[in-house]
Write a protein that binds this ligand. Structure first.
Ligand SMILES: [Cu+2]
Length: 204
């Protein structure tokens, strides 16, 4: 008996629903103080993000003080791939509320206000791998056990053991099929083949 094995790759389900990252909105607010933002996100996940920077009467700015939300691109300690520089004040043509679309990568971004005397307005945004689509296929493999003759053919029976792993979503189901066009069926235990002849066992 000779066994031939074929494998069919199947992709795991996505670890997170598509669009999670793109839907994130990160909001900074500023007001009268020149030593801090009134609110700022601490973390985000890699991928697309909508940045909102609001320095308006609604966020508590009563003096018309302008501020910027500026991502540093010159400090080697931090990510430098997002050149964000928004200037906002309550009297501007957007009422102090501005938005921008960016794509974040894992790592840390340093942001600050570039207005003179506002050096204390600064912080760090930490971006983690977190979301996104699972595009890595699971790994599947099979081994055949049994006594073999001098030609390599299995004597009496052969046992096929399938194993599978997936780092993202994990493995939901393993299936196997006997023959080149046999029906797929759930794999729950090693498959014993004990008929004389050449057999194909497929797995996925
Ligand atoms: Cu400022």
């Amino acid at each position: 008996m000779v066994l031939g094995l074929t494998s069919t790759a199947a992709y795991g389900r996505t670890a997170n629903p598509a669009g999670t990252a793109a839907d994130q909105v990160l909001t900074w607010t500023a007001g009268d103080p020149i030593d801090r933002y009134l609110s700022a996100p601490k973390t985000a996940v890699a991928g697309r993000a909508t940045i909102v920077f609001e320095n308006s009467a609604a966020t508590g700015n009563t003096t018309g003080m302008p501020h910027t939300l500026t991502f540093s691109v010159s400090d080697p300690e931090f990510n430098d791939d997002v050149a964000l520089n928004i200037l906002a004040n309550p009297g501007d043509d957007q009422g102090g509320r501005h938005t921008a679309e960016v794509t974040l990568t894992p790592g840390r971004y340093f942001y600050h206000c570039t207005m003179p005397g506002h050096e204390a307005m600064q912080g760090i945004l930490v971006v983690t791998e977190g979301g996104g689509e699972d595009t890595t296929a699971p790994q599947t493999s099979a081994k055949v056990d049994g006594d073999r003759n001098a030609d390599g053919a299995y004597i009496g029976q052969a046992t096929v053991t399938v194993s599978a792993s997936d780092d993202g979503s994990g493995v939901d189901t393993v299936e196997y099929a006997l023959g080149a066009d046999g029906a797929w069926q759930p794999y729950t235990a090693p498959v014993v083949v004990n008929e004389v002849g050449t057999h194909t066992v497929r797995y996925r």
